[in-house]
Design a protein around this ligand. Sequence first.
Ligand code: UTP
Length: 277
Amino acid sequence: MIRKCLFPAAGYGTRFLPATKAMPKEMLPIVNKPLIQYAVEEARDAGLQQMAIVTGRGKRALEDHFDISFELEHQIRGTDKEKFLAGTRELIDTCSFSYTRQVEMKGLGHAILSGRSLIGDEPFAVVLADDLCLNLEGDGVLAQMLKLYAQYRCSIVAIQEVPREQTQKYGVIAGEQIREGLYRVDSMVEKPLPEEAPSNLAIIGRYILTPDIFDLIADTEPGKGGEIQITDALMKQARNGCVLAYKFKGRRFDCGSAKGYVEATNFCFEHLHQSDL
Ligand code: UTP
């Protein structure tokens, strides 16, 4: 079964400058918790314990976040502030964290390939922390996808319907619906113009990947934007065998954009955090 989750977190976060000049985008807080912690919690809640994070230059705060801060813990021990660190401490105690660096930012596909040594030859999950996914009604998105993986044993991408005029921001799939909300992918295009998009079903930042994806990425030439695109490698996988696309239950916020970030903050303040503040 799946044990590991990869978090590509090496991107420059240019849409969020100047905040991301010296700080990783994944450390931006939604209310009082950084995006990367929401992502790790989603993976942990899905039963995964081995967290593999692909970082880059200027991203050391990510490693420090998932480490013990003795001075700080000593300082707040026995006070009512202890509860603010309890969730982070629990992750540190129950999960393992490993890191590798993507030394050149050549795209998401390349970032995933950079994580190969941390994953090895087994299926794994991928979470993009800047896509915050929340489901107040039940399982998180990754848990929903892992249940499907147990049944179908192939790569799965999470999708959502987007307005046609936004297809240029996403990888877009088309395929045959095999049951409610589940498609067998037969075409996948990275950032298509609305008139060229095969549908309005956009891939968002959650994937389950089988390990043959690594060789397929290694054989993938740079595509749209000169980057090595995971969608191009997934399209090869779909042609060779099967890739599924799953319309998940829950809400997704694009926290790499100011609008999505503000929406996520308001949503979390209203629904999640009252007891912690
Ligand atoms: P994005 O394109 O949303 O992130 O990549 P970005 O490049 O950081 O942001 P902008 O567009 O400049 O504002 C999606 C995810 O893939 C990771 C990013 O960290 C983000 O989580 N990524 C992207 C990498 O790890 N390496 C890359 O070379 C590119």
